[in-house]
Design a protein around this ligand. Sequence first.
Ligand code: FEO
Length: 403
Amino acid sequence: MERTVKNNVSWVGKVDWELRSFHGFELSTFRGTTYNSYLIREGKNVLVDTVWNPYAKEFIDNLKKSIDLNKIDYIVANHGETDHSGSLAALIKRIPGVPVFCTENALDSLKGQFHKNWNFHPVKTGDRLPVGNGKELVFLEMTMLHWPDSMASYLTGDNILFSNDAFGQHLASIELWADLADQCALYEEAIKYYANILQPYNAIMQNKLKEIAAMGLPMEMIAPSHGLIWRTDPMQIVNLYAAWAEAYRENQVTLIYDTMWKGTQALAHAISQGVKAADPSVRVLVCNAGNTDKNDIITEVFRSKAVAVGSPTVNNGILSTMAAILTLIEEMKFKGKKAAVFGCYGWSGESPRILHQWMKKAGFDVMDEGIRYKWHPDDAGLTAAFEYGRKFAGFAGQTNAVR
Ligand code: FEO
């Protein structure tokens, strides 16, 4: 159902209440999502982005209620990923020859996925497309935020930035507006989105935010391609991104472990108590990687100034759940964070060394070789783990939280 965004700009997207995973099963979306498509009806009719292909028919049927498809003058494809480009094939079949404005890099991604030679018009940062009534779309390449083809488009006059993935949230809602959402849910989904999707590109994000500021475009609304539109103080999300893009860390220590017979779990709990005893001001969180959502863990790592990881030794290695979360942690390219390692073992006992090497490779400043315990920790073992937690709190305290 069409919703008015501002003046002659409407939302014509899809609310996906049921979606629980994204990028296959790589990203959890516990609150669903939206695929935001926008229709600008000025002298020219412009469609900005589409929706994921499973909803192409529904999208086009609804779009036909808003506009005669043949009257769409231009399509802007801000991004080639199929959650936004997925309905292009079905739509362009009905209006062949319609000009598609996208980045040069999108020629690669769109042709590579759809194998069509549509009427592409590659654009660069600063290029302008008059849309009538004195208004223009100004294009802004968002290279690697988060694909090479990513782009944002800015509508002059109404001063709306169609930011695509940036500034979005996987949050299903028919409210349309960020200020009407549950603010806790909005923040949780916005930071989870950043931590799991944009974190690896922090340096690019910092430069892009400076570039956008230098363009001097007044921002009355930021309309992302997922979730809710920022209309009340839209710079609030830009300011959050500026903080998140700079080695973000709160006064939080997170312990992540998995366990077979609860020995490593006992070490984790004792270490957590030691951290808290040494620094009552620090927020301490304990996550069992075996039963905690991996993207929620990444969000907590993102928020932490220090992370302790633990695994028992199994088959001369570590548990596969820990290997999976360490793979993700390494991919996120975190900076400015401390780490410690721990684990129980029965005979060979390699797990702390493996965890140490992995966390170092992932860019963490690892405190030492870690603590390990043969078989199940007794009182002396738990006391040693508690003291290790105290030591870790001191090490973590060498890193200032930015918030
Ligand atoms: Fe929402 Fe990168 O697609």
